[in-house]
Design a protein around this ligand. Sequence first.
Ligand code: UD1
Length: 311
Amino acid sequence: MSRVLITGAAGFIGSHTADQLLASGVEVVGVDNFRTGSKSNLRGAEANARFSFYEEDVAAAGALDALVEKNRLTAIIHLAALVSVQESMDDPALNHRLNVDATHYVAEAARRHGVQRVVFASSAAVYGETDVGAIDEETPKRPISPYGGAKLASEGLLLGHGAAYGFTVRCQRYFNVFGPRQDPASPYSGVISIFDQRYRDGRGVTIFGDGRQTRDFISVHDVARANVIAATRDGLTSGIANICTGRSTSLLDVAAVFARHYPDVPAPIHGDPRHGDIVHSLGKATVAQREMGFEATVAVADGLAELIESG
Ligand code: UD1
């Protein structure tokens, strides 16, 4: 029987990961301090007898260790983080505490209590700006924010610990994740969550620039499934994989889907391009396919339709 601890279980990706693990019969131990996660995300999980939950700050020394000691775990999925790139630039010390110190506590807890597998929420932000057409894992890592730097450092901390003390580490470099439960509150939230909220409210959206910029948008359901595979599939070895679709979608295409669903909402207006914006970001998904048998299956249009029709 697998028992998996998820840090950040009340978050966007964490709660979907918990739901999928529970649906596949796994016991799940959730941890969150509700800094950015929310109780309502746990409604489904909490109805399941195989789910237990602790309200703790995993960046506080000792907190995680005690939990890992108490629960006999087969894996830890470490998703708890300071998730906003902008916030990492405004408060680099907080970024270090939440995105580096916390990772060290995860690595140490795994070592001290013999947890055989750690899955880590890394990010395409480790690559920074690149001019390659499609980013693979060999693309140079040149982070351009404290957030991206912390994610890259955390990969190193975990892989080093795993190699030294004999546990498996899977670093998952998520691209632009979207879907239900993503927080639209900040101007730096994911564009799809912002668009979704604004269309629901009957307000038009602002497209920064001409809208021809593209992203590799991946459904949170695919990302959660990648986490489930990384945490539970037998025979995996340590490694790093992009978690992406390998397909690019322009912002104009995204806006067009919303416009079709909301014919009465005013058309998008165009503003100045956002300072520091990347024009194209696209991942290559081949390593996840080869090493984990993972392939994204949700088409962006379908994921958007599901989001629009949800809740
Ligand atoms: C990601 C980060 C962002 C960071 C940037 C650094 C997230 C959610 N965003 O942005 O914080 O600064 O990397 O490279 O992790 N857009 C609009 N209208 C809006 C909101 C966004 O047109 O109301 C545009 C943006 O200008 C961008 C695109 O949508 O061109 C995607 O934006 P976003 O979802 O923030 O993702 P990234 O650009 O990848």
